[in-house]
Design a protein around this ligand. Structure first.
Ligand SMILES: Cc1cc2nc3c(=O)[nH]c(=O)nc-3n(C[C@H](O)[C@H](O)[C@H](O)COP(=O)(O)O)c2cc1C
Ligand SMILES: *[C@@H]1O[C@H](CO)[C@@H](O)[C@H](O)[C@H]1NC(C)=O
Ligand SMILES: *[C@@H]1O[C@H](CO)[C@@H](O)[C@H](O)[C@H]1NC(C)=O
Ligand SMILES: CC(=O)N[C@H]1CO[C@H](CO)[C@@H](O)[C@@H]1O
Length: 396
């Protein structure tokens, strides 16, 4: 037993050293442009490590800009307007990768058109006990129950301010706002988030992710959402700097159609207006999972098993809003085709997270070039032309 433990711990430290070396090596091989380097070398090494350690290592590598900067030039057909700002492509990194805004420049190097950091909670909090992240490798999926570990507003605000001072800063950065676990004033936490990050963010995100236990509570939740959105809108209106910062609402893929209709009726109310919707967060469902040993882990599921569910929900939201509110589509996107499906279902922009873990940083370039080619083949001059172009295909 002791023997085995010692062996395991030696293996683990070896893994950490090797993966660290691999991260460094990636910087060195930048110029060799080795295609499957990540999939054939880094990923197998990283797999030895606990999922959270690899995540931290990946953030660390981005922070120190060890990944080779992408030399792919975004085709003109990918250029688009993002809430009034021009971005060179519609592919972003989803919330939860760079929770504390440490790796923005490195993520920009990978070729993302926009970057979402967070979720950030007002006070620092450590989240759930470990282990709390699980790789379902054969399913190309992740289950996480981080529980919103965050360094808190002050630390993240300082990082964003410092970043904006830099001469070479040119990224579009959204901040995903969280609430503290033990807060007595959830709405107050989001209001604080708006006040703190409104002036330094290109957009803000709040979540209505947690699906209700139906029935009685529905009226209640409609009222709560109204209060929340009125409060954050009012807080934004009072900002001296950036009072028009876009506010986006991130939705759970587990909402029922009736709940979706309720949410949309709330945001149609002028005082509760939001500028965009993010569809979707992780799911609590365990459909389409092969790895039954991990399927019972509590937490939100992301990656391939979430893909279709999220695309269908995008189509529903698009049809309910008649395309009047931009949608960021997220959930299981790992290829140009996956991104195109989200777009034809109604998304104006697309985010990824889990695919980065399985495919490596090169996936960003691959998604962009395949998407661009697809648009050309279809004779579409710009990605905007494809938005919602076939949403009914994804409706029930
Ligand atoms: C490890 C992990 C942590 C996440 N943390 C957050 C978070 O803090 N806030 C949030 O809004 N979404 C979070 N997400 C959800 C992602 O932003 C995204 O909505 C979801 O993973 C679906 O996209 P994907 O299938 O491309 O990963 C997290 C996802 C993962 C895998
Ligand atoms: C996302 O979904 C998970 C469960 O799937 C939930 O715990 C979490 O609060 C949701 N919201 C955000 C912002 O991640
Ligand atoms: C919608 O998708 C279907 C099935 O893939 C395809 O046959 C059809 O041409 C598409 N329509 C448009 C307008 O893109
Ligand atoms: C990050 C964060 O604050 N997530 C919250 C999303 O909304 C649900 C329901 O209000 C909360 O339980 C989560 O903590």
């Amino acid at each position: 037993m002791v023997q085995a433990t010692r062996k395991f711990s030696r293996l683990r430290s070896l893994g950490i050293v090797t993966a660290g070396a691999a991260a460094l090596y990636m910087g060195i091989t930048a110029y060799n442009n080795q295609d499957n380097f990540y999939r054939s070398f880094v990923m197998p090494v990283a797999r030895i490590l606990p999922a959270e350690t690899s995540h931290n290592l990946a953030v660390w590598a981005c922070k120190h800009r060890l990944y080779p900067a992408s030399d792919y030039t975004d085709d003109l057909n990918l250029h688009c307007s993002f809430f009034g700002r021009l971005i060179s492509n519609p592919i972003g990194i989803a919330a939860g990768f760079d929770k504390n805004a440490e790796a923005i420049m490195g993520l920009k190097d990978l070729g993302f058109g926009f970057i979402e950091v967070g979720s950030v909670t007002p006070l620092a909090q450590s989240g759930n006990p470990k282990p709390r992240v699980f790789r379902l490798v054969d399913d190309r999926a992740i289950i996480n129950r981080y529980g919103f570990n965050s360094e808190g507003h002050d630390v993240v605000l300082k990082r964003l301010r410092d970043l904006r001072q830099r001469e070479d800063f040119n990224a579009i950065v959204g901040v995903n706002l969280g609430r503290n676990r033990d807060t007595m004033t959830p709405i107050g936490d989001y209001v604080k988030g708006v006040r703190t990050f409104g002036p330094v963010a290109d957009y803000l995100v709040i979540n209505v992710s947690s699906p209700n236990t139906k029935g009685l509570r529905e009226m209640q939740s409609k009222k709560e959402l109204t209060e929340l959105l009125e409060a954050v809108n009012a807080a934004r209106g009072k900002l001296k700097v950036n009072p028009n910062v876009p506010i986006l609402l991130k939705l759970s893929p587990d909402l029922e159609r009736r709940e979706l209709i309720d949410i949309i009726s709330v945001i149609n109310n002028k005082k509760c207006r939001v500028d965009g919707l993010i569809v979707s967060n992780t799911t609590l469902s365990r459909d389409n999972i092969n790895d039954i040993s991990l399927a019972n882990e509590a937490g939100g599921l992301s990656g391939e098993p979430l893909r279709e569910r999220s695309t269908k929900m995008i189509a529903q939201v698009y049809s309910l809003t008649k395309g009047s509110i931009p949608i960021i589509g997220v959930g299981g996107v790992a290829s140009g085709n996956d991104a195109f499906e989200k777009i034809e279902a109604g998304a104006s922009f697309v985010q990824i997270y889990t695919a980065l873990v399985y495919e490596g940083p090169e996936v960003v370039e691959r998604i962009k070039s395949d998407l661009s080619m697809r648009l050309s083949e279809l004779g579409l001059a710009n990605v905007g032309r494809a938005v919602g172009s076939n949403y009914s295909k994804y409706l029930p």
